[in-house]
Design a protein around this ligand. Structure first.
Ligand SMILES: Cc1ncc(COP(=O)(O)O)c(C=O)c1O
Length: 502
């Protein structure tokens, strides 16, 4: 439950912070306590508590700050201001209830108002059965991150420095260190990260770039946008990543680069790819959009090739509140090139030696990424734990003859997606899970060589059988760190019901 604590409750809690019943409820799993910043003066005035004690009180809670518009709405209402504002905050922020010593203050405000005792009863009662599991529930993490995100964003708004600048530089430095790369360059999206990396690698018209057809469109779309031609190579049927054994025969004098994609959060088999690249003088650009924090033989994604391209799309393991991306590299030369290409190829300003583009990253997105980076390891470990839980539940439910589980061939897999192979009945299973309130998705239903816009490349059905089979059979289940065990049990129960009947 997400609850907003009224100041009377907080004043009572301050009498005994360690032993406070309401604070103990907020410390338990399944209950997040919020405080409106407007309650703080009332708390300070209503007790003899020191400011330090109020700070301690707020530590296990999160502070919600009403906007001027929220305040305006509460001022317009006829009911008492404080209760109206809190009731409005509960509704506007999607919280479940306000907790107060005087629920009668909230009568007529169409919000659930509970006493601490009533909250305890609710939390002690058996949980209602799970009926819905979203594929992604981004706002569920707000209790953990919102205050840090707001602090970073407020600094940026107050500074007026919105594009690139010190906040982007700070994020780049931290991200480079996280990825164990010398440099990181923040850019406008994961797609633009790929495009600018190809440009920095000197890829252009007449060149060929080898990649997988079983990936998100942007991987090959970026190659075409440079004027070069994507040359597809089929995937390994276990990891869904490019199969290095097939690459060599596709290398021609026109080949300039290889883009392995670390699909679903697991690295491609990089050693043979790097060896082939070295032998043939090719650049390796990792598509790391789905794999932040994953590793191959102890080295992080994005530090393995010449450049690593990341996406901060909100659904990624480290997502912003909008579009954003990043390129990592260990090469000073490429780093300098990337920085120039990011600002229309200009160096110094308004002197353009090369064609670049507007690939700049907004400081506000860098703020969100920086704030969330503090939690990335914890969240990644939670995803990995969720994957183990699915493995066990699906095995215990005797589902392995019906679905193939995703193996971790190259630890560390970070499970941006947990993808099953569900055979010929995949579409039926998806419809059944959706009907039962379970979000699941197909990544990706049509491999890139069969996409209409790539017709001119001359590929046909049957050219990449493993990619085509994967596109027919795969299904991603909800795996994010917000998903809990009861939800996973529900998902597996429904999969079992689908294959074996009730
Ligand atoms: C494998 C892959 N490459 C590239 C991208 C492009 O990233 P963005 O959506 O940030 O442009 C994505 C993201 O969806 C992706 O999954």
């Amino acid at each position: 439950m997400q609850i907003l604590l009224d100041s009377d409750c907080l004043i009572q809690a301050l009498e005994n912070i360690d032993g406070s019943a309401i604070l103990n409820l907020c410390r338990q799993e399944g209950c997040n306590g919020w405080v409106s910043s407007t309650s703080v003066p009332a708390i300070l005035e209503g007790t003899k508590a020191t400011r330090a004690e109020v700070q301690t009180l707020l530590q296990s809670l999160a502070v919600l700050t009403p906007t001027a518009h929220d305040v305006d709405l509460a001022l317009e209402a006829q009911e008492p201001f404080s209760a109206t504002l809190l009731a409005h905050l509960v509704k506007a922020s999607g919280l479940d209830a306000v907790v107060t010593l005087k629920p009668e203050n909230y009568s007529g405000l169409s919000v659930e108002a509970l006493t601490p005792g009533q909250l305890q009863e609710k939390l002690d009662a058996p949980l209602p059965p799970v009926k819905e599991v979203r594929l992604l529930d981004i706002t569920a993490s707000y209790h953990q991150i919102l205050n840090e995100v707001e602090k970073e964003m407020a600094e940026t708004m107050r500074s007026g420095y919105f594009i690139l600048g010190p906040k982007v530089a700070k994020m780049e430095e931290r991200m480079a260190s996280y990825c164990q790369a010398k440099y990181a360059v923040g850019v406008s999206s994961g797609t633009d990260a790929l495009l600018i990396a190809l440009m920095a690698a000197g890829v252009g018209p007449g060149d060929e770039v080898i990649t997988t057809p079983y990936t998100f469109f942007a991987t090959a779309g970026s190659i075409v946008r440079t004027g070069a031609k994507p040359v597809f190579v089929d995937i390994n049927d276990i990891t869904f990543n490019i199969k290095p054994e097939h690459i060599e025969r596709c290398i021609t004098p026109k080949t300039k680069a290889i883009i392995p994609v670390h699909l679903y959060g697991q690295c491609a088999d990089m050693d043979p790819i790097l060896q082939l690249a070295e032998k043939n003088g090719l650049r390796v650009i990792e598509d790391s959009a789905q794999s932040i924090g994953s590793e191959y033989k102890g080295k992080p994604s994005g530090s393995l090739g010449d450049m690593g391209c990341f996406s901060f799309f909100p659904a990624k393991n480290l997502g912003g509140f909008g579009d954003g991306g990043m390129v990592t590299t260990n090469s000073e030369e490429l780093y300098n090139e990337l920085k120039i290409l990011r600002v229309h190829g200009s160096e110094p300003k308004y002197y353009h030696k090369v064609m670049g583009g507007n690939f700049r990253l907004d400081a506000l997105q860098a703020d969100v990424v920086s704030a969330k980076l503090n939690f990335l390891e914890e969240w990644t470990e939670k995803r990995r734990k969720n994957a183990q839980t699915y493995h066990k539940l699906l095995k215990d439910a005797a589902m392995t003859p019906f679905v193939q589980l995703p193996p971790e061939v190259f630890p560390r897999h970070v499970y941006n997606q947990y993808v099953l192979r569900a055979g010929k009945r995949r579409d039926e299973l998806r419809a059944f899970l959706n009907k039962n309130g379970i979000g699941c998705e197909i990544y990706y239903p049509i491999p890139l060589h069969l996409q209409e816009c790539f017709k001119s490349l001359g590929y046909k059905e049957g050219d990449f059988p493993e990619s085509e089979k994967a596109a027919r059979e795969t299904l991603a289940l909800p795996i994010s760190h917000e998903v809990n065990r009861r939800q996973q049990e529900y998902v597996v129960e429904k999969i079992q019901e689908f294959f074996l009947g009730e």
